[in-house]
Design a protein around this ligand. Structure first.
Ligand SMILES: NC(=O)c1ccc[n+]([C@@H]2O[C@H](COP(=O)([O-])OP(=O)(O)OC[C@H]3O[C@@H](n4cnc5c(N)ncnc54)[C@H](O)[C@@H]3O)[C@@H](O)[C@H]2O)c1
Length: 347
């Protein structure tokens, strides 16, 4: 079996953790009998500085040829973040209808959470193509006392239903518990609509134990009692914030993975660590590669290589549990290469 993988390492530590993930993927392929046709694309902020765009005009067409996309991270301090986001990540997510952003979070044995007695094993299902991250709005009277900015949130019935439906189906395969992040007390149009669609969907899954929690209370509960949650479904903005929070409760954002999924598989899905390009540590070879490696395992699962994906997760678990090398975000002194080597031994 061959899988065509488009790789966009991007910027900063994206260029350090993506090669680590590729090494692990190649090793998993040798052991589990599949091969990868890798096409690497040097797009991102460095490309922007030279070309005034984040990727070439036919970039999306080139990515479309692949079975899946593996991304590092984009972002550079001298390039405004909205350019890197709207010039690369958002067009990929929207063009390829990757409307589910799947973010598993777990506290691995051997990792100390900053939260006492934390039990964490959850998946955050974030709506990924609409909601608060919308292009609708504008600015007027810039630079004057009358300056104003308007940003419209866009919640469609189709977009809301399909992500909630995905989360319900996922919850049915896990513990059967689903929680919806809402704010219908303060945001009086879109959030009551979100609640109605959640109620509509969960009515079809009577076996699920469902609850909806206001986002502010949910943020507190994720710190105080993370073990209460299994599948959390959230809008684009709420899901973005909650997943970083949950990842921190589980020990470090450096180990958190994500998949941008097109569940219908009409287009390639994209897999990337939750973290950004971390300019503060880039170029030193000390970034934690586990978020990228776990994302690569999610990609293999999506491509039907479940055994290979499981062996990568086992290898990560063994390194973390056995007092293996740790990068400094986990309190150690190991390098990206040390951690990658240790994981490779277990794959
Ligand atoms: N999907 C993406 O490409 C993405 C996501 C988030 C942020 N960004 C971009 O990344 C840039 C930096 O953003 P930020 O600083 O807010 O977030 P960040 O995730 O890059 O870094 C936050 C903190 O976590 C640490 N950290 C992150 N990943 C780590 C890893 N693998 N190992 C060890 N430590 C790690 C960093 O050193 C930093 O102190 C910005 O330009 C931002 O727009 C990109």
């Amino acid at each position: 079996m061959r899988h065509r993988i488009a790789v966009v390492p991007g910027d900063g530590i994206g260029r350090e953790v993506t090669p680590a993930a590729l090494e692990v993927l190649e090793a998993a392929g040798r052991r589990h009998g599949f091969a990868l046709d890798v096409t690497e694309h040097p797009w991102g902020c460095d490309y922007f500085v030279e070309n005034e765009r984040m990727m070439p005009p036919d970039g999306l067409d080139r990515l479309r040829e692949s079975d899946a996309i593996l991304l590092g991270a984009v972002g550079r301090p001298d390039v405004p973040d909205h350019i890197s986001l709207w010039g690369l990540l958002i067009p990929i997510r929207r063009t390829f209808r990757q409307y589910v952003n799947l973010r598993p979070v777990k506290l691995w044995p051997g990792i100390a959470s900053p939260v006492r007695d934390a039990r964490v094993d959850m998946v955050i299902v974030r709506e990924n193509v609409e909601g608060e991250y919308s292009e609708i709005g504008g600015r007027m009277n810039q630079g004057t006392d009358d300056e104003l900015a308007i940003q419209e949130a866009v919640f469609t019935r189709r977009g809301t239903d399909r992500v909630i439906e995905y989360a319900c189906r996922l919850a049915a395969t896990r513990s059967g518990r689903i929680c919806s992040a809402t704010k219908s007390n303060g945001i009086i149009h879109t959030m009551p609509f979100w609640d109605e669609r959640f109620a509509h969907a969960t009515a079809r899954y009577p076996h699920l134990e469902s609850e909806q929690v206001l986002i502010d209370a949910l943020a507190a509960a994720l710190v105080l009692d993370p073990g209460r949650f299994d599948v959390i479904v959230a809008s684009n903005l709420f899901g973005d914030i909650l997943s970083d929070l949950a990842a921190a409760v589980a020990g470090s954002i450096g180990i958190a993975p994500s998949g941008n999924l097109n569940p219908e598989r009409e287009c390639p899905s994209m897999f990337e660590p939750v973290h950004g390009s971390a300019p503060d540590i880039a170029g030193r070879g000390v970034a934690n590669p586990i978020g990228a490696i776990w994302s690569a395992a999610l990609m293999l699962e999506h491509l039907g290589e479940a055994d290979a994906a499981a062996s990568i997760l086992d290898a990560i678990g063994a390194v973390l549990a056995d007092d293996g090398p740790r990068t400094r975000d986990l309190g150690g002194t190991a390098t990206t290469a040390d951690v990658t080597r240790a994981i490779l031994e277990g794959v």
